[in-house]
Design a protein around this ligand. Structure first.
Ligand code: BG6
Ligand code: MG
Length: 222
């Protein structure tokens, strides 16, 4: 069986993907950019400054601005986001996730978080899930964000597990690509249209069953 599971946070463990969307949308309105859910798909898994750049590109008049102004906008988005997650509690853990974490831990599988978010440790605390994690990738110290594999390879290196013994779980295409580029088995959560590269895909977290993941992983290795 695999030796480690590396979980994405936003959109896998809890539905903060929706709050990132809403926080960017508020900001986009202030900078005169029209921004919809379809465009938002390409922001999933992408870091704060890179996301801002992509949004600004939508309005050629705002695409060029001083770095200080960009930093102010990124800070504003984060303030919007923090307000939206202020009431997050363990009730916001997505269905099936805590059971999967518990089963994996009981089966001796190591668990890491591979998130692009600088708020990841804070969100895990609010969900009261920190104790399941053997390692949390610090988004601030990873140089290359998803789809680069560094987030996932950093987690595996810290756990001392070979990449081929790792399973990554993601809701974003950028994240699935990062997992695959790391040489790991990629589990995608979401619709097929957005996750064409996953090794194993489910529609939603309540379909994430430990034994199914192990079976699919082993079939893939065979
Ligand atoms: C990722 C989210 O997990 O973290 C992105 O999918 C988000 O939507 C990114 O932009 C960075 O998050 P933060 O909290 O550092 O702004
Ligand atoms: Mg995600």
């Amino acid at each position: 069986q695999p030796k480690a599971f590396i979980f994405d946070l936003d959109g896998v463990i809890t539905d903060t993907a929706e709050f990132h969307f809403l926080a960017w949308k508020q900001l986009a309105e202030e900078v005169g950019v029209i921004f919809d859910r379809k465009f938002n798909e390409q922001l999933k898994g992408v870091g704060r400054m890179d996301s801002l750049e992509r949004i600004l590109q939508l309005n050629p008049e705002r695409a060029v601005m001083p770095l200080a102004e960009k930093e102010r906008l990124a800070a504003q988005k984060n303030a919007n986001y923090l307000e939206l997650i202020a009431k997050t509690t363990p009730a916001d853990i997505l269905p099936g996730i805590e059971e999967l974490l518990r089963t994996a831990q009981e089966s001796g599988v190591k668990i890491a978080l591979g998130s692009a978010s600088k708020n990841a440790a804070f969100v895990l605390e609010k969900l009261e899930l920190t104790h399941y994690f053997d390692y949390i990738v610090d988004a601030a110290t990873v140089k290359n964000g998803k789809p680069h594999p560094e987030t996932f390879t950093t987690a595996a290196d810290a756990l001392g597990v070979a990449y081929s013994d790792c399973v990554g779980i993601e809701d974003a295409d950028a994240g699935v690509t990062a997992i695959k580029s790391a040489g790991m088995f990629a589990v995608g959560v979401g619709d097929a249209q957005h996750l064409p590269h996953a090794d194993y895909r489910v529609d939603s977290t309540d379909e994430l069953e430990f034994t199914d993941i192990i079976r699919r992983y082993e079939e893939h290795q065979a």
